[in-house]
Write a protein that binds this ligand. Structure first.
Ligand code: HDD
Length: 723
């Protein structure tokens, strides 16, 4: 059927095709015509123009990548208004081509991450041990970019699975970039980089079915783990509450490997790096972590963003453990084995500075996605150890950036560039951004005085390490053979609730494993770690009998407890930089709300108002209080503590509203404090909320603040069966 041909907009200079009405007079819009943004316009206009005018003020003009000003960003060029698009439309082609290439390969591990800018400030000089200026010049602030990540999930996966968290810091020092690429756990699954592709393949989604995403609770992971005894210490940490953190602001970070510090005289001291959160450690309970996945996929990213935007800058102390080669020789384990920690009773952690993250990136892709960390990025005064995992990493990261960022010039991307001068004779390659001048791109040379030269005094020098005795070969050192002693030390050092969580986590994960022999093989290893743990997990799985323990190359030794591995006791009892949710509805007590909010804010918390309607509710004083979130979309898992202030009628109504019942029931189940008034009593009853030190009268703001700063561990045994 022939239809009227109606233009919707034209570009300046473009004449309307003959026989077509010029824009400016409103033609009847025929059915099925192309949608145009503004058929009434005298001049070509689109939605973009309107938005610009609404926002007001001059704007930069939209151009192509060649700088050509674009007249119409709404319509492609067609032979007639309803005719085919023309290949000639270079503006459309440029735009679509660029869009088609917007994605780059995501990281094979640590794909999902969030990052922030900040600084590291040195408080205590390590000049005796190193000439690295970032560790000698007290008071100096070195800019940093820090990226946190989960390990197993893809870039679009959730923030709160049970998983290790990456903790990677790029220090832009005056002597070049130093990357401390660590995790929130101080040990690793494997001892040798040769096994890295295997452990990663096993934890990622299974290759034939492409699930589960971002989860270790499946057959291939536990198959690998149960055949890899060296992973047992890390498995204890992984199954502990460390891998379900409440916030990225409440995790520790560890450099994992031993590195070397080198003094001016070339003397070497080993060092392990520790990041300690100023807010203390805090984790979720497992049910809370699961519900957070549904409530907010971006929970950790949003938490980091909102706190930085609010000026609640997250802060960590940097600590070091320093020890000599001679001291290392006395340890009952090999410090070059990345499955071992150095207990703090053996080598204390000294705090030397602090890191503050105070600026959210301007652009996620340009910075957080394109940042390229590499453990080989070190500065004079720091060197590697022979840890075989570290040695493999020194190769892998540069290699991965070549494929991920597309070529050898990724160091020129602004987020990766050193902030000190850099110059060499490397040239050309994909995406070369620099325009080097002159004839000389080689050395030795005599044609150009300003061509860069090596500097033996200021430059990087490796430690002159003496070779070990022994033959070349593919061997695992005997000193790496004890796989269970530190796993036992970890488990036995935990507080009782933490031990129960760990056992429950193992039961949860292994219950998802379909192959009985994999489950049983894993429980067999637990016998070496702690027979009571093996029994709890076997009972939780419903095994008829304990499986045999596999042979242990070295029988486990009892080590003194290491209290530093606990979370309980290392959480700060505070509401500082935490978030309180207050549920209100029509008729809520205005004075009580005001008092509670004031007290929570004075304690350093952010307060968010939750109501059945986003528009809010009219309070007892007749004034309308807008809400920050609607009840169904803002459940209590999002808060560290909650309060419920309800008038009599609203309390009775919400007691029949499942989102409101869940609000209080889950706060109770997740061991959080709840302040309430008498109007909220029917709701608390409907949510089966019991009584304990965490359930307080809303009029007692002081008691609420004290209870809200912590979790009610004593409540837990009343609520769920712990393995
Ligand atoms: Fe790795 C990324 C931490 C062992 C190979 N790793 C990556 C990131 C962190 C870690 C935090 C993300 C960096 C970012 O935010 O961009 N990796 C560790 C720790 C390890 C470890 C603490 C053990 C102590 N990694 C390890 C080994 C290998 C790799 C043994 C290979 C032999 N890691 C990589 C990688 C990644 C990576 C494939 C993926 C994306 C990237 O490097 O930039 O090269």
């Amino acid at each position: 059927m022939a239809r009227a041909k109606t233009p919707t907009a034209t570009s300046p200079g473009q004449q309307p095709p003959s026989g077509v009405k010029a824009p400016g007079k409103k033609p009847a819009a025929p059915a099925g015509r192309r949608a145009g943004p503004d058929p009434d316009a005298d001049a070509p206009r689109g939605q973009g123009d309107e938005l610009q005018q609404q926002a007001g003020g001059p704007r930069p003009r939209l151009t192509t990548n060649q700088g050509l000003v674009v007249a119409d960003n709404q319509n492609s060029l067609t032979s007639t208004p309803r005719g085919p698009a023309l290949l000639e439309d270079f503006i459309l082609r440029e735009k679509i081509t660029h869009f088609d290439h917007e994605r780059i390969p995501e990281r094979i591990v640590h794909a999902r991450g969030s990052a922030a800018h900040g600084f590291f400030e040195l408080k205590k000089s390590l000049a005796k041990y190193t000439r690295a200026k970032l560790f000698t010049d007290v008071g100096t602030r070195t800019p940093v970019f820090t990226r946190f990540s989960t390990v197993a999930g893809g870039a679009g996966s959730v923030d709160t699975p049970r998983d290790v968290r990456g903790f990677a810091v790029k220090f832009y020092t005056v002597e070049g970039n130093f990357d401390l690429v660590g995790n929130n756990i101080p040990v690793f699954f494997i001892q040798d980089a040769m096994k890295f592709p295997d452990v990663v393949h096993s934890v990622k989604m299974e290759p034939d079915r492409a699930f589960p995403q971002a989860a270790s609770a499946h057959d291939t992971f536990w198959d690998f783990i149960s055949l890899t005894p060296e992973s047992m210490h890390m498995v204890m940490w992984q199954m502990s509450d460390r891998t379900i953190p409440r916030s990225l602001r409440t995790i520790e970070g560890f450099g994992v490997h031993s590195f070397r510090l080198l003094s001016d005289k070339g003397e070497s001291t080993f060092v392990k790096f520790h990041w300690r959160p100023k807010l203390g450690l805090q984790s979720t309970v497992w049910d809370e972590a699961l519900k957070l996945q549904a409530a907010d996929n971006d929970f950790h990213r949003r938490d980091l963003f909102e706190n930085i935007q609010a000026g609640n800058f997250p802060e960590w102390e940097l600590g070091v453990q320093l020890f000599t080669e001679a001291e290392a020789d006395t340890f009952p384990f090999d410090h070059l084995d990345p499955t071992k920690i150095i207990p703090e009773a053996l080598v204390p952690v000294q705090i030397i500075g602090r890191m503050v993250l105070d600026r959210w990136p301007d652009n996620f892709f340009a910075e957080t996605e394109q940042v390229a960390f590499c453990p080989a990025n070190i500065v004079p005064g720091i060197d590697f150890s022979n840890d075989p995992l570290l040695q493999g990493r020194l190769f892998s990261y540069l290699d991965t950036q070549l494929i991920r960022l597309g070529g050898p010039n990724f160091h020129q991307i602004p987020i990766n560039q050193p902030k000190c001068p850099f110059a060499n004779h490397q040239r050309d390659g994909h995406m070369q951004m620099q325009v080097p001048k002159g004839r000389v791109n080689y050395e030795p040379s005599s044609l150009q005085d300003d061509s860069p030269r090596a500097d033996a005094r200021a430059g990087f020098r490796s430690h002159a390490t003496l070779p070990d005795d022994g033959a070349k070969g593919r061997v695992r050192p005997e000193s790496f053979a004890d796989h269970y002693s530190q796993a036992r030390m970890f488990f036995r050092s935990l507080e009782a609730p933490e031990q129960a969580h760990l056992a429950s986590a193992l039961v949860f994960e292994l219950s998802k494993v379909e192959t009985p022999r994999v489950r049983e093989r894993t429980v067999g290893h637990l016998l070496h770690i702690d027979p009571s743990l093996a029994q709890r997990v076997a009972d939780g799985l419903g095994l008829d009998a304990l499986p045999p323990a596999p042979p242990a190359a070295v029988p486990p030794q009892d080590m003194p407890p290491a209290p530093e591995v606990r979370i309980i006791g290392r959480m700060r009892v505070t509401l500082e930089h935490r978030c309180v949710g207050i549920l209100i509805d029509e008729g809520s007590d205005a004075a009580a709300l005001k008092a509670l909010r004031k007290a929570a804010e004075a304690a350093g918390a952010t307060v968010k108002i939750v109501a059945p309607r986003l528009g809010g509710a009219v309070l007892s004083d007749g004034k309308k209080q807008p809400a920050d979130g609607q009840l169904a979309g803002m459940p209590s898992v999002l808060f560290d503590a909650v309060a419920v202030l309800l008038g009599e009628a609203a309390g009775r109504k919400l007691a029949k509203e499942s989102a409101a019942v869940d609000f209080v029931a889950f706060a109770w189940a997740h061991l959080k404090a709840i302040a309430h008034d008498s109007g909220a009593a029917p709701l608390l009853k409907a949510g089966n909320v019991g009584k304990d030190a965490g359930i307080v009268d809303a009029s007692d703001a002081k008691a609420f603040i004290a209870a809200a700063g912590t979790r009610q561990w004593a409540r837990e045994p009343k609520l769920r069966t712990l393995a």
